[in-house]
Design a protein around this ligand. Sequence first.
Ligand SMILES: Cc1cc2nc3c(=O)[nH]c(=O)nc-3n(C[C@H](O)[C@H](O)[C@H](O)COP(=O)(O)OP(=O)(O)OC[C@H]3O[C@@H](n4cnc5c(N)ncnc54)[C@H](O)[C@@H]3O)c2cc1C
Length: 261
Amino acid sequence: MKILVCVKQVPDTNEVKIDPVKGTLIRDGVPSILNPDDANALEEALKIKDETPGTTVSVITMGPPQADDMLRECLAMGADEAYLLSDRAFGGADTCATSTTIAAGIKKIGDYDVIFAGRQAIDGDTAQVGPQAALRLGIPVVTYVQDVKLCEGKAIVQRQLENGYEILEVQMPCLLTAVKELNEPRYMSIGGIIDAYAKKVTIWNHEDVGLDPKDCGLNASPTQVFRSFTPAPKGKGEMLAGTAAEMAELLTEKLREKHYL
Ligand SMILES: Cc1cc2nc3c(=O)[nH]c(=O)nc-3n(C[C@H](O)[C@H](O)[C@H](O)COP(=O)(O)OP(=O)(O)OC[C@H]3O[C@@H](n4cnc5c(N)ncnc54)[C@H](O)[C@@H]3O)c2cc1C
């Protein structure tokens, strides 16, 4: 069995702070990490590899050269191969252009049984790349996957819903997007870290994946970020006074004023 995992290097948004005076984001010293949902996606692929002899797990990312660090982390966790789609022509991509490039890379890798991706990246936060990549590859997709079993060319998948889950059977090859409830990602092993640096990361540019520069990056992005800004701070908290009934009354009034009720 051949499994591919789409992984993205993201700034650790838990570490991004807002400058209280300037109101801007403080990005200095913010570490780049493997996107958390992608760690769950990779863990699931590695679990299948542990249980199914002959399985290979490849990771693929589109990003700048420094994404190599994250790919080494994936190799140290147990992935067999890593692919980095890196080219200036890929820069400024929105989700449409990102998924076009990732799908082109996956097509070049060729035969695969299952593709895992994260549900969402913690920086862009759109949750669009997985489904769009599946569309471009012409394969079925199931999002919000919290459990999966593979048997006889099919994936039996639990898909998380707001207040429960649904069980779906999907023909392989398919793309599944992982949520954190799927599993607990493993740590890198010491031996894995050493081996990861001996492994080759394959780097492909637009020519390698057969894309014209007009079909990738900013040139192929129907959306463009027009303006970005830091949301206004929430303002001070307010203590309510009075009896429990009076405070409840006041609270309801305030929530109505803000149209929360
Ligand atoms: C310089 C710059 C300019 C940008 N300009 C725009 C713009 O004009 N308009 C706009 O809409 N967005 C823009 N973006 C954001 C960009 O679209 C997103 O970073 C990218 O498309 C991924 O979307 P997302 O982060 O929402 O991922 P999601 O859709 O939330 O990610 C879901 C899953 O898809 C996979 N995935 C996502 N990205 C990658 C990747 N690069 N490699 C491998 N797998 C991946 C992962 O498995 C991930 O968990 C810009 C980003 C940059 C850095």
